[in-house]
Design a protein around this ligand. Structure first.
Ligand code: ATP
Length: 320
C-alpha cells in the first residue's frame, strides 16, 4: 500500500489545476496517504523543491485559477540522466508515486518515471482540449466561458458598426476551443486546423453574407497559429462590405476562476488518480468519456487517433 505520493503541475497552466491538487491532497490524506507538492513541474523533482501538503494547505484554492504549485517546462527531463536524478530525489523524500497534471508532453514524462519504478498517473490539464484519452480536459470549459463572454461583447459592438470581427482563440493544434466558441456565439465562420484555411473562400463567404444575406455584422472565429488575423482584417475591409477588426484573446483565456464543470471534472479526476495509485497502478491517464471517469495506459492513449468533431462541424454549418 502506497504511503506517500507527490503531485505536480506541468506544461501550460489551466483553470481547475488547483481544484485537482486539492482533490488529490484531500482524498489521499483521508485515506492515510501523505502528500508532497512538487514545485514547478519536473523542475521541482530535479531540484528537490518539495512541500508537504496538509489539509489546510489546499484550503481556499478550489476557486482559484492558475496553479498553486507553479508549472514549468523542462526539456532536459527527456534525458535519462536527469530522470535518474529525479528518481533519486523522489526516493530520498520517500515519495513512492506521483500524480502529474499536464498535457501529453507531461504524460510522456510520467510514463518514463513509471518505467523506472515510480508509479505515475496523468491528469489532463490544459485549456486546449488536445489530450488523447479523454473527451474533455481540465480548464477547457473555463476557457470556453472566457471566449464566449468576450465574443458576445464583440458581437454587440460589431452589429452597431457593420463590422466583421475576426477573433483568434487558443487551442494549440486543436480546433475545439474555436469550434465550441463559434457554435455557442453564433459565429458566421470558423477556421481551425480541422477546417483548413482558404483566404479567398473566406472573403467570398463574407461578400455573400454582406451582399446577398444583408447581414450587418459577421463574426469569424479562428484558431491560433493559422494566419495573421490583423492582415486578414485589412483584407476584409478592402475586399468586402464589412469593416474588418481583429481581436486576439491571448492569455486571458488561461486565467480565471474555474467553472463548476471544471471544478467537478478536476475533483472527479483527482479522486480517480488517488484510487489508481492506492491500487498500485501506474502509467495510466485519467479521462472522461461519455461522462464516465475512466483510465487507460498512457501509451495506449497517446497512440489513439484524435477525436472526430465531424458532427459538430456539420452542426455549425447547419446553424449558419
Ligand atoms: P501543454 O498542453 O500545456 O503544452 P504539455 O505537458 O504537453 O502541456 P510540454 O512542454 O510538451 O507540455 O511538456 C511538459 C514537460 O513534460 C516538458 O517540459 C518536459 O519536462 C516533459 N516532457 C515532455 N515530453 C517528454 C518526453 N518525451 N519524455 C519525458 N518528458 C517529457
Amino acid at each position: 500500500m502506497v504511503r506517500k505520493i507527490g503531485v505536480l503541475t506541468s506544461g501550460g497552466d489551466a483553470p481547475g489545476m488547483n481544484a485537482a491538487i486539492r482533490a488529490v491532497t484531500r482524498i489521499a490524506l483521508n485515506n492515510g496517504v501523505e502528500v508532497i507538492g512538487v514545485h514547478d513541474g519536473y523542475r521541482g523533482l530535479m531540484e528537490s523543491s518539495f512541500e508537504p501538503l496538509t489539509r489546510n494547505a489546499v484550503s481556499d484554492i478550489l476557486t482559484m485559477g492558475g496553479t498553486r504549485l507553479g508549472s514549468a517546462r523542462l526539456p532536459e527531463f527527456r534525458e535519462d540522466e536527469i530522470q535518474n536524478i529525479c528518481i533519486k530525489n523522489l526516493k530520498r523524500e520517500g515519495i513512492e508515486a506521483l500524480v502529474v497534471i499536464g498535457g501529453d508532453g507531461s504524460y510522456r514524462g510520467a510514463l518514463s518515471l513509471t518505467r523506472k519504478g515510480i508509479n505515475c498517473i496523468g491528469l489532463p490539464g490544459t485549456i486546449d482540449n488536445d489530450i488523447p484519452g479523454t473527451d474533455f480536459t481540465i480548464g477547457f470549459d473555463t476557457a470556453l466561458h472566457t471566449c464566449i463572454e468576450n465574443v458576445d461583447k464583440l458581437r454587440d459592438t460589431s452589429s452597431s458598426h457593420h463590422r466583421c470581427s475576426i477573433v483568434e482563440v487558443m487551442g494549440n493544434h486543436c480546433g475545439d476551443l474555436a469550434l465550441y466558441t463559434a457554435i455557442s456565439c453564433g459565429a458566421e465562420i470558423v477556421v481551425s486546423p480541422e477546417t483548413g484555411y482558404d483566404e479567398l473562400e473566406l472573403l467570398e463567404k463574407l461578400r455573400y453574407l454582406g451582399d446577398a444575406v444583408h447581414k450587418n455584422h459577421a463574426i469569424v472565429i479562428i484558431s491560433e497559429k493559422i494566419c495573421d488575423v490583423d492582415a486578414l482584417a485589412k483584407k476584409v475591409s478592402l475586399h468586402t462590405n464589412f469593416s474588418g477588426r481583429a481581436t486576439v484573446l491571448g492569455h486571458i483565456q488561461r486565467g480565471g476562476s474555474p467553472t463548476p464543470t471544471d471544478r467537478m471534472l478536476a475533483s472527479r479526476m483527482g479522486e480517480k488518480a488517488v484510487d489508481l495509485l492506492m491500487e498500485g497502478i501506474g502509467g495510466h491517464c485519467v479521462g472522461i468519456i461519455d461522462n464516465e471517469i475512466t483510465s487507460m495506459p498512457i501509451d495506449e492513449a497517446l497512440s489513439r487517433p484524435g477525436r472526430s468533431r465531424k458532427k459538430l462541424y456539420r452542426l455549425f454549418d447547419r446553424l449558419v
